[in-house]
Design a protein around this ligand. Structure first.
Ligand code: DAH
Length: 337
């Protein structure tokens, strides 16, 4: 053994240490160099064969080697232990953050908000009424006699003989008329229920917006003007429209308003059932019987009312093909709006 041999062991140790990544590898290194049968002990054993005059220098160098390896081994051990515990306890600030999904208003809420704001601009206030209604408010006060065939138009969920889930927002008209004196200019949004088969076009629960205006000298012309203004604001200025005679027990005369089909532009397609037109709402002059039921003198006051489905309105505006999408809360649908 000579001094060069000791230097080369030191070099080999440096090389080995530089490739150590985990504690287990470091332990293998300790066994290789520092254990009883390790390289350093082996060198000390060979010291006895070294010529006497070289012994002090070689011995010194061997001691230095052992100290060097022991020190570097201890340092590396401390570093690796720190690294291991860091991974367990603290936060890695270099990791990318998790993105939170930001919510937004449901498309039906957005649609109601837009309808409300258009009517607000025309001086309408907003009212709401209960979803659990009495037969009286939902039907009777609105001029549906107990055996009136028009009751069949609205498949009803009855809770008891006299109570039901409202089938339309029209009962809120009655509540407003009974509680406020004319002039009345109100819209009444809300949820309604019908015992209908669920499919792409109909659902057992949906939303409507009701409108009511009562004052002296209110005419059908004002009804038309208001609804045409609304439709142009909501669907776009160049829309074409028409009013068709219809029937509702609580209005006389009654009408339905159609706009040109947004898909085919009026040529006729599947969506408009090849008529070129899409119905958007029902309306009419409030029947004098309804005014009387609500304590308003029909000789002094006249008024008009209208009602539209909010899902239908949104379906027409955004070309949504299936009403069920509104209630499934599928993020892929909702985030399009
Ligand atoms: N309540 C009717 C329905 O659900 C809609 C309606 C039509 C409301 C005419 C009105 C109206 O106020 O005047 O089918």
């Amino acid at each position: 053994m000579n001094l060069d041999q000791i230097t080369s062991v030191s070099g080999e140790f440096d090389k080995d240490l530089s490739s150590v990544i985990v504690l287990k590898e470091l332990e293998e290194l300790r066994i290789k160099y520092l254990s009883r049968n390790g390289i350093v002990s082996g060198l000390f054993e060979k010291l006895k064969d070294v010529p006497k005059e070289e012994k002090p220098a070689v011995g010194n160098k061997l001691n230095a080697l052992r100290n060097y390896i022991t020190e570097n081994f201890n340092l590396a051990k401390i570093k690796l232990e720190e690294k291991g515990s860091a991974g367990k306890q603290s936060i890695d600030l270099t990791l990318p953050g998790t993105q939170r999904q930001i919510g937004s208003k449901h498309i039906l809420t957005q649609t109601v908000d837009e309808i409300k704001s258009i009517f607000k601009g025309m001086g309408f206030s907003t009212f709401e009424g209960p979803e659990l209604e009495s037969d009286y408010y939902n039907f009777e006060a609105l001029n549906f006699a107990p055996d009136h065939p028009a009751r069949d138009m609205q498949d009803t969920f009855f809770i008891s003989k006299d109570f039901l889930l409202r089938t339309h927002t029209s009962p809120v008209q009655v509540r407003v008329m009974k509680n406020y004196k004319p002039p009345i200019r109100a819209i009444m949004p809300g949820r309604v229920y019908r015992s209908e088969a669920v499919n792409a076009r109909s659902y057992c629960m949906f939303h409507q917006v009701e409108g009511l205006v009562i004052d002296t000298d209110i005419t059908f012309a004002e009804l038309k003007g208001t609804l045409v203004f609304f439709a142009k604001q909501f669907y776009g200025n160049d829309l074409k429209y028409r009013f068709r005679a219809s029937f509702f027990p609580f209005t006389e005369p009654s009408a339905e308003m159609d706009i040109t089909c947004y898909i085919c532009g009026g040529k006729g397609c599947k969506i408009c059932k090849y008529t070129g037109w899409l119905e958007i709402l029902g309306c009419g002059m409030v029947d004098p019987n309804v005014l009387i039921n609500c304590g308003i003198d029909p000789e002094k006051y006249t008024g008009y009312a209208f009602g539209m489905g909010i899902e239908r309105t949104a379906m027409l505006k955004y070309n949504v093909q299936d009403i069920r999408l509104f209630f499934e809360n599928d993020f892929r649908f909702l985030k399009q709006f």
